[in-house]
Design a protein around this ligand. Sequence first.
Ligand code: AMP
Length: 284
Amino acid sequence: MDVVTSIKELRQRINRAPRPIGLVPTMGALHEGHLSLVRRARADSATVVATIFVNPTQFGPTEDLTRYPRDLEADLKLLEDNGVDVAFCPSTDKVYPQGFATTVEVRGPALPLEGEARPDHFRGVATVVTKLLLMSAPDVAYFGQKDAQQAAVIKQLVADLDIPVHVEVCPTVREPDGLAMSSRNAYLSAEQRAAAPVIFGALSAVQTLYESGELSRQTLERRCREMLEAEPLIEAIDYVAVVDSGSFIQAADLLGVQPVTLVVAARIGGTRLIDNVVLKPEAG
Ligand code: AMP
């Protein structure tokens, strides 16, 4: 595995790399969720590029940028063990040199929910992902369903900017008790960690309710909210919403017609956790 830190080096390495090239962008602190994307890219591609960059522009001023978990050495070993060809780990000043003055701003799916709760977040994500796509010119870029709204924003920007890449969204990887894997789970105390599966529990209960024929968006959202509220360690619920999976608009009329996504953001202690499930109408 080649470890590269400059954009020039990355381009040189990409220019001689066999295609198809698969790109897996990450912020490091790698877990099985990230590695599932790497393995999928490995299975599909002649060259796998993974990036590790804790992107400061996607963190709000009061968010966890400085304490975000970092372990480059362990991450590089995991990438190498999972067959990555090129690990790109630039410093912040390589990605945002002095005088940097351009941002990519997506509207549409970037506006509601996470867009409201974290006002600059998707601008930071869209800008860095656009840069990473232009630097590494992959054929396929892999993202996780765990961050469903982010995946929708990236699909939107790739379509709108005519970037020639396929965006592949891979399933959420969970702990045995259902908690979606996340680098931020490391912030949870033992007690909070024990309470955290309530999120997936609520999502699964609503999925069952939907599959039993309940098609009222309000009823499904209310049921989810009630289950979260019953857990004393859930300090705040940022949102619970059934949305169209592409536009992220709350989906009143789509239930039972096409797949929709039930998304949740909730806080346990100071830790903000997001998760989602897709509600699919029965085939036939
Ligand atoms: P992050 O390092 O949190 O920016 O995540 C990098 C990529 O890994 C994103 O595309 C995430 O959606 C994806 N990812 C994070 N957690 C999971 C998970 N539990 N299952 C699947 N993909 C994930």
